[in-house]
Design a protein around this ligand. Sequence first.
Ligand SMILES: Nc1nc2c(ncn2[C@@H]2O[C@H](COP(=O)(O)OP(=O)(O)OP(=O)(O)O)[C@@H](O)[C@H]2O)c(=O)[nH]1
Length: 527
Amino acid sequence: MVSWQERRKTRRDRRSSLDQPALPVALPDSHARGQRRAAAASMPDLIALENASLQDELRDHIVRLQEANRQLLTSSINAQVLAEQLHAAQAEMTHLAHHDHLTKLPNRVQFKKQLADRIAYAAEHGSKLALLFIDLDRFKVVNDSLGHGIGDLLLQAVAQRLAASVRGSDAVCRQGGDEFVAMLVDVAHAEDVAGRAAHIHRLLSAPYTIAHHVLHIGASIGISIYPDDVADLEALMRNADIAMYSVKEHGRNSFAFFEPPMDERAMARHQMEVSLRGALERGEFVLYYQAQVDLATCRTAGAEALIRWHHPSEGLLQPKAFIGFAEECGIIKSIDRWVLREACRQAKSWQDAGYALQSISVNISAQEFESVDFLQTVFTTLNQTGLSPHALELELTEGTLMRDSVSTIEKLKALRAAGVRIAIDDFGTGYSSLGYLRRFPIDTLKIDQTFVADIRPGADDVLVDTVISIGMRLHHHVVAEGIETAEQLRFLQEHACDTGQGFHLAVPLPASEFGQRLALARAGEIA
Ligand SMILES: Nc1nc2c(ncn2[C@@H]2O[C@H](COP(=O)(O)OP(=O)(O)OP(=O)(O)O)[C@@H](O)[C@H]2O)c(=O)[nH]1
């Protein structure tokens, strides 16, 4: 009788003599099955059993190899699918990197490459090309009045028309925002370009029908020609841009070729922008204060803060010399914030000194009013300066109020809930829709000085009278601006206008002099 251990050894020896490779995995069930059979058999039987056992193992092994092979096959198919997806994603990314996502036109990166190639070609073959900078006119109005979605659709429609308006070898791109660029190659001379620019302009300016809205939008086009104007790509682009700005300055909705004097004006504008940006940091702005006089008592009730710029070379500049420009180049928001802070700080210090100053009025630009953090700016300023919200009046123009009536009403409500007063500045010169007087929560109407100027012998002063009556009926406080004569003052007093402002009552004064005026008023030496 062969013991179990011997049988096991025999089998192990035979396996090693057959030089069987060891399985890399745990022995399968078939191995155990073989052992069980072997435990109950004689030698020949044992060999037969052993063979059967090996066959079992071999079969199991083959099954596992087949499975591994199948998995390998599947994963190589997956790898192929993955490789294809990767390739598609790379192609998509390359496309995105060179095209504008909204209009699908080439973007500025791609366009610059094309332009560089075409300039090189033109230089080699002695040909000309024209670059057109195209900016839509008052596009913001579309966004503001009909929403960003309609604005996007309009940009797409413009892109389609522009792409369709040029020849196959020309190129167009979206620079960004509402600005597009077109490159016209192999142009013969300026007249040729003018004809094609006029054609593009006509196409772009024709009405668009978008989501049931018929939209009319103009385009301002600036043109520069290579090599007539310049000898390199950057200068070509810059000149076309300068020419486009010149069209904007001269009323928009047209096209113009670059001319050297435009460059001088652009340089002057650039210089002005640099000076204006630095003015805030260098502390060149100052506030003047103009008294707002209670017309019943002739006492100073409040003051309007008016900005001036101590220009290093041009002296003291009035707001009209720089505010429009500050709006154009986006500096107005920083200026407004400085004015608000300085005026609140100054008013608080006068109140702390015991002067009878009920309120300080501050002008707020449309851009600042529309800022998402405008309310935060006002409340933080009041908090930090310690001025009571009831002592602050914000002056907004009719145009500002009309830009986005829904969010305007929300902001006005929040300000008034905190105690801040709201005045409509230059009343009567803007939209003059009486409907908004009911809709917008406001406190004060400031009658524009052009109406006050009509209070003179022989002139029609019915408008001032009407505005005062409207204000009274709607329970608004009425302030007349620009009072310059005793007669105007008398008229306004007789018609029960609440408050007056103007040279006849008080000129705008620097803070120190206005403080003296308040001190005299407190001492009873002036009203
Ligand atoms: N709908 C939409 N608006 C955009 C997009 N990109 C920029 N804008 C808006 O386009 C407007 C561009 O305004 P500007 O060109 O500065 O001004 P404008 O109203 O066209 O006036 P002018 O150019 O001075 O005639 C801004 O209000 C941007 O917010 C966009 O992708 N979609």
